[in-house]
Design a protein around this ligand. Structure first.
Ligand SMILES: NC(=O)c1ccc[n+]([C@@H]2O[C@H](COP(=O)([O-])OP(=O)(O)OC[C@H]3O[C@@H](n4cnc5c(N)ncnc54)[C@H](O)[C@@H]3O)[C@@H](O)[C@H]2O)c1
Length: 323
């Protein structure tokens, strides 16, 4: 007995990495899989051949069921067709995993509009578009729906990743909203913040040096290795959250990193300051450090001295102006 027997799953990004492992794993658990990919490299440029056929071939060789869907996750027409393919082929849709994406990393002062737009498009619209058509189906059926969107540790902030961090934080907000709106139609929704060795880790100076020394790429050494970097460490958590047993869990974000799984806290206001009427600026400046700022750590690279110095300089300048 598989944990997903009888379920139909659409999985985006299934040609590579975490999503490929998820498609193979969920099919082993009894899901019929629509493996959806556009066949892009890690920066979003088209590959000569779309490797999603290979994912489907692996699933079928293992005696499980899958078909490929080749299309763009952020295209509304492709998204409607992909969900329609699941319904036409397997009669319904139970599970949607929005995993596809790519990277364009750059410091914010060097980032082009195109780099910003491309990342927001693939990760945020590429989650919205399939989710919309899945939601239409689930709203009509009101039986069972399970939705997964992909975030990243970068949603907590990553230098040189302002586009990606913004997109991955957006997906956390999307999941909270989707979970609230769809609960009445018997749909749950969760966000995954993963870590695994894939093409996305084949970058960086350290890796380039290792390759020059003749070492294999992380995506090669990690794949199906059984170690903590293996992408097959991610789908067990996705399988729980999309199963009948895990269906009560919704609206949450999960760190799913190798041999370690964790639940993120939900953000809430923790320090408060009130005013009886319109804010008095001098009062705010005076009270901020001991109220809203209480316990706040300085940003990395800044010292109490440097901050106090700036404040002291401004105070001295103000006093000079006033005298
Ligand atoms: N690998 C990690 O450690 C890590 C960390 C944090 C977040 N993530 C996230 O996990 C997800 C999977 O990443 P991965 O590391 O397996 O990457 P990957 O590059 O191995 O796979 C991504 C897949 O998405 C597909 N894709 C990209 N744009 C598409 C589009 N417009 N339409 C259809 N398919 C498209 C690609 O063709 C590729 O097959 C991504 O959302 C990524 O941001 C990964």
């Amino acid at each position: 007995m598989g944990k997903l027997d009888g379920k139909v799953a659409v999985i985006t990004g299934a040609a590579s990495g975490i999503s490929k492992a998820t498609a193979i794993y969920m099919a082993r658990q009894g899901a019929k899989v629509v493996a959806w990919d556009l066949g892009l490299d890690v920066e979003g440029k088209p590959l000569e051949n779309n490797p999603v056929d290979e994912t489907v071939a692996i699933i079928k060789e293992e005696g499980n069921e899958a078909i490929a869907f080749k299309g763009d996750v952020a295209d509304m027409g492709d998204a409607e067709n992909a969900i329609g393919t699941a319904i036409d082929t397997y009669g319904k849709l139970d599970i949607l995993c929005c995993i596809a994406g790519f990277l364009r990393e750059r410091m914010v002062f060097n980032m082009s509009e195109e780099e910003w737009d491309a990342i927001l498009r693939v990760h945020v619209k590429g989650t919205f578009a399939p989710s919309k058509f899945a939601a239409i189906h689930w709203r009509q059926k009101r039986e069972f729906g399970s939705h997964i969107a992909f975030s990243s540790p970068a949603y907590l902030g990553g230098s040189g990743q302002s586009n990606y961090s913004a997109a991955k934080a957006a997906n956390v907000g999307f999941v909270r909203s989707f979970a609230q709106g769809m609960v009445r139609y018997n749909v749950n929704s969760n966000a995954i913040s993963p870590a695994a060795a894939t093409r996305m880790n084949d970058r960086g100076l350290g890796v380039q040096e290792a390759v020059r020394r003749g070492e294999a790429l992380p995506s090669v050494t990690g794949w199906d290795s059984g170690n903590s970097r293996d992408p097959f460490n991610i789908p067990p958590m996705i399988t729980y959250l999309t199963s009948d047993e895990g269906h009560w869990v919704s609206g949450r974000t999960w760190a799913v990193e190798g041999f370690h799984y964790a639940r993120f806290s939900e953000p809430e206001p923790i320090r408060h300051l009130y005013s009886d009427g319109m804010w008095d600026l001098d009062r705010l400046f005076k009270l901020f450090p001991e109220t809203l700022g209480e316990g706040l750590e300085l940003p990395e690279g800044r010292t109490a001295d440097s901050v106090t110095q700036q404040g002291a300089q401004r105070l001295a300048a103000d006093q000079k102006k006033d005298s």
